[in-house]
Design a protein around this ligand. Sequence first.
Ligand SMILES: [Zn+2]
Length: 100
Amino acid sequence: MHEAWSNHEVWVYECQNCGRTWDEEFEARHVADGHGGEAVAYEHDGHSCTTPWTDHMCPDCQRARVKAWPAPWRRHRAVPPTRKGDDLELVFRLRRLHAY
Ligand SMILES: [Zn+2]
């Protein structure tokens, strides 16, 4: 059985063509691959999407010259809207890893 957990991420974008900036919110779903590794799948508005730093287009000038970086200072939602039970799952996981 694979374990999965998710966290909320905010990414900031800046168009290198017209200078517009904006941000987008993602859910990063982490899935253990069963071999000690981890795969991450991103969701945006409930739909799976490519990674936040690729394939972005400026909403103003429609150019793809967009710079992206994660915005840790914008984590206004400290607790992501996860399903009930996810937090408990995380606690169990950390205990198994002897994280605390
Ligand atoms: Zn632009």
